[in-house]
Design a protein around this ligand. Structure first.
Ligand code: SAH
Ligand code: SF4
Length: 352
C-alpha cells in the first residue's frame, strides 16, 4: 500500500493528464468525464461515492491515488455578509479565501500562494513574504470546501484570483486550476466570471494575452508614473508600468474586450488630480476599466486612505476623460477579509 505522499492527488491532474492516468488502467476516455464530474460537480470526497465505477476499479484507484480535501479551521462572518475561511494545509501552512455576497452575485476570492514575494508597501500579504506556491488541488479545494458549506440553492457565481499571492508567479498551477474552473465537465464557470489579478509579470502576462486563457484579466496598476509605482510596488523595477501597458497595447484582447486596471488609492501618494489626469493619458487607446480601491488601512501599513471627496474627484476626472471608473469599497474589513488584508493567521483557531 502506498503512503499518501506517494499517491497521486487526482485534483492536481489536468483533464488530459486524467485521460492518460485512466488509460494506464486500460480505461476509456469517457471515464475521465465521469471522474471530472464526480470530483468537481458532485464534489465527492471518496472513491466509494463514484457509483458508476466498478468496485474493483475503485479499489485499484484508491491504491495509487487519492482525493484531497480542505476543511476550514475557522470561518468568520462580517456584518456586511462577507465570510472569511481559514484553511490549514497539509504542511501546516495557512491560507484564506473570502466569500463576498453582492446583490445577485456571490464571489469567492481564492488564494494562489502561501504569502507573496512581491512586498507591495500597502499589502499585508506582502509583509508575510513568500512561503510556497499552492498546488492545483489546493486552489480548487478552496472552491469545493466553501461550496459545501453553502445553503441549498445557493451557488458561487464568480471566482476572483485575488486572495493571497501573485497568481502569475504560480503560473502553471494557476493556469491548470483556471482551466478546470471553466471546464464543461468540471466547475463550468463561464470565463467571464473568472478574474485573475496580477501585478503584471511580463513573460507570463504576454502568454496570457497571447493565448486563449479562460479568465478576465485585472492588472494592479496602483500608480500612474514609474517612480510612484516603484515606491509602492518594488516589482515595478523589474516589470515597469510602461512595459506592462505596452504589452496591453500590443495584444488587444478580442474576447475579453476590456482589461480592468486596479488602482489602490493612497492618501498623498497617488490620489491627486494630476495623478488622475496622468492615468487617463497612459491608458489612452487601451480598452479598459478602472477599479478605484480606497486603501484598506492596517497598523502595519504606513499609509492612509484618501477622503471620500478626493476619491470622488479622482473618479470624476477619469469619467470626464471617457474612462469607466468604479469605486470599490472593500467588504469584510472588520474581519480582515478586505483586499490586501489576508495573512492566513487568525489568532484563535477553533473548529467550525
Ligand atoms: N497579487 C495580485 C492579486 C492579489 S492582491 C495583485 O497584486 O494584483 C488583489 C488586489 O488587492 C490588488 O489589486 C492589490 O493592489 C489590492 N490591495 C493590496 N493591498 C491592499 C490594501 N491594503 N487596500 C486595498 N487594496 C489592496
Ligand atoms: Fe503580493 Fe498582490 Fe499583495 Fe503585491 S498586492 S504583495 S503582489 S498579494
Amino acid at each position: 500500500m502506498k503512503s499518501l505522499s506517494e499517491k497521486i492527488d487526482l485534483k492536481n491532474l489536468s483533464p488530459s493528464e486524467l485521460i492518460e492516468f485512466l488509460a494506464s488502467f486500460g480505461k476509456e476516455r469517457y471515464r475521465s468525464i465521469q471522474m471530472l464530474r464526480w470530483l468537481y460537480q458532485q464534489g465527492v470526497q471518496s472513491f466509494d461515492e463514484m457509483t458508476n465505477l466498478s468496485k474493483g476499479f475503485r479499489q485499484e484507484l484508491s491504491q495509487i491515488s487519492f482525493i484531497s480535501i480542505l476543511r476550514p479551521v475557522r470561518v468568520e462572518k462580517a456584518g456586511d455578509g462577507t465570510k472569511k475561511f481559514l484553511f490549514e494545509l497539509e504542511d501546516g501552512n495557512r491560507i484564506e479565501s473570502v466569500l463576498i455576497p453582492d446583490k445577485a452575485r456571490l464571489t469567492l476570492c481564492v488564494s494562489t500562494q502561501v504569502g507573496c514575494a512581491f512586498g507591495c508597501q500597502f499589502c499585508l500579504t506582502g509583509k508575510t513574504g513568500w512561503k510556497r506556491d499552492l498546488k492545483v488541488s489546493e486552489i480548487l479545494n478552496q472552491i469545493l470546501a466553501v461550496r459545501k458549506m453553502l445553503p441549498e440553492k445557493t451557488s458561487i457565481t464568480n471566482i476572483v484570483l485575488m486572495g493571497m499571492g501573485e497568481p502569475l508567479a504560480n503560473y502553471r498551477n494557476t493556469l491548470k486550476a483556471t482551466a478546470l474552473m471553466a471546464h464543461p465537465d468540471a466547475f463550468r464557470f463561464s470565463s467571464r466570471r473568472i478574474t485573475l489579478s496580477t501585478v503584471g509579470l511580463l513573460p507570463e502576462l504576454e502568454e496570457v494575452l497571447r493565448e486563449k486563457t479562460p479568465f478576465r484579466l485585472a492588472i494592479s496598476l496602483n500608480a500612474s508614473d514609474e517612480e510612484t509605482r516603484t515606491y509602492l510596488m518594488p516589482v515595478n523595477r523589474r516589470y515597469p508600468l510602461s512595459k506592462v501597458l505596452a504589452l496591453c497595447r500590443e495584444f488587444p484582447l478580442q474576447r475579453r474586450i476590456r482589461i480592468t486596471f486596479e488602482y489602490v488609492m493612497v492618501e498623498g501618494i497617488n490620489d491627486s488630480s494630476q495623478d488622475a489626469k496622468r492615468l487617463l493619458r497612459i491608458l489612452r487607446g487601451i480598452p479598459s476599466k478602472v477599479n478605484l480601491i480606497p486603501l484598506n488601512e492596517a497598523p502595519e501599513i504606513p499609509f492612509k486612505k484618501p477622503s471620500e471627496e478626493r476619491v470622488r474627484r479622482f473618479q470624476e476626472i477619469l469619467m470626464e476623460g471617457g474612462l469607466t471608473a468604479i469605486v470599490r469599497n472593500s467588504k469584510g474589513q472588520e474581519i480582515s477579509a478586505a483586499c490586501g488584508q489576508l495573512q492566513g493567521k487568525s489568532s484563535a483557531v477553533g473548529t467550525v
